[in-house]
Design a protein around this ligand. Structure first.
Ligand code: TXA
Ligand code: MG
Length: 328
């Protein structure tokens, strides 16, 4: 017998009491953060955590980040909080920084995919922080997109893909950072960056000293989520010199999109063009990146042409996402 999963009615709103009630009941709620929307469930309830993996169609070897309302709420979840990382927490929390810390047995193995560290962060969004501080439960939350697709930065993105799967989307507007958190851990005294993200890496370096930035690959078992093909639209993305590529596709008459940092490529009559930041601002580009990728992906194009940004500031993390999107 095949089992048919009943679709649920998905409500969108700003009702914190309702969101909290669903979460206490072991249901999932999409929550806004400054980085991307998360698909949240009670991290201490393995049934809820299982639902997260199922709803996202995410392999269970890819661990989840646990969200708390303030630093003090993190202590109960960890065996120790090394000084090197606490310094970063004190500086950047609430904010787009996830710390990998030795986990307490209270945290289900399912959350960490059996790893002995747990990823924790305090997100910087007024609604979600209020929710976390009031509910007083750690919330496991991956980005609220089906596994492998682009992370959602608007409530409507979540609804498009998870509508009918979860009872509530807490609508906190557009995500203000737009890139997932920077993931940092510590191994034998060395501070390691596992994922470039919303905190420019030079800011982490200023506090933590020389960093080891891990090349992100699917063969790195310590960070199983660092799969190369990730954050990918369904339409193929080509990364390269926009002038050359646009001229080529334009001459062939193939419907193509252009995703550029700040320059316009109107002269090649792209069918759809999006500039990430006309004034060349990295933060604005980060904020617009995922929504732009989604928009181009839904525009009926055969290919999306994109260019790398300068390798500085948030440009590094943006390039990381673009390369992964192009790797599919
Ligand atoms: O900004 C963010 O981090 C967003 C918002 C919702 O907080 N969350 C997010 O979660 O991006 P997710 O699941 O899409 O990505 C989390 C990444 C995964 O690649 C996972 O492998 C890695 O974090 N991760 C989580 N816990 C880990 C651990 N204990 N060790 C190594 N990697 C870990
Ligand atoms: Mg994700």
């Amino acid at each position: 017998m095949t089992s048919v999963k009943n679709k649920v009615n998905t409500e969108v709103g700003q009702d914190l009491a309702k969101a909290a009630a669903f979460l206490r009941d072991g249901e999932l709620v999409a929550i806004p953060t400054e980085t991307v929307y998360g698909l949240a469930g009670n991290a201490l309830n393995t049934d809820a955590v299982l639902k997260i993996y199922e709803t996202k169609k995410r392999p269970s070897f890819d661990p989840l980040i646990v969200h708390v309302g303030e630093l003090e709420q993190a202590y109960a979840l960890v065996k120790e909080f090394p000084e090197e990382l606490k310094k970063l927490a004190l500086e950047f929390w609430p904010g787009p920084l996830t710390l990998l810390l030795p986990k307490q047995s209270l945290v289900p193995d399912l959350v960490t995919s059996g790893l002995d560290t747990v990823g924790i962060r305090v997100p910087n969004h007024p609604l979600t922080r209020e929710l976390l501080l009031n509910i007083n439960l750690p919330l496991a939350a991956p980005s609220a997109n089906p596994f492998g697709y682009i992370s959602p930065t608007k409530a409507s993105h979540v609804l498009d893909q998870l509508g009918g799967e979860i009872p509530y989307v807490l609508d906190g507007g557009d995500c203000q950072v737009g890139l997932e958190s920077t993931i940092v851990g510590l191994e034998q005294g060395q501070v390691i960056v596992y994922r470039l993200g919303g905190i420019p890496i030079q800011e982490v370096e200023k506090l933590a000293g020389p960093l080891l930035i891990l090349p992100q690959s699917s063969s790195n078992p310590k960070a199983p989520g660092m799969l190369k093909s990730h954050y990918a639209p369904k339409t193929p993305i080509l990364l390269g010199n926009l002038d050359d590529m646009a001229r080529n596709y334009s001459s062939k008459g193939i419907p193509f999109g252009v995703l550029s940092f700040c320059a316009s490529y109107e002269e090649y009559s792209p069918h759809r063009q999006i500039l990430l930041s006309q004034k060349g601002d990295f933060s604005e580009a980060a904020r617009n990146l995922f929504a732009a990728m989604r928009e181009l992906d839904n525009a009926g194009l055969q290919v999306i042409l994109a260019e790398e940004l300068p390798e500085e500031n948030l440009g590094k993390a943006i390039n990381d996402r673009l390369r992964r999107a192009a790797a599919k």
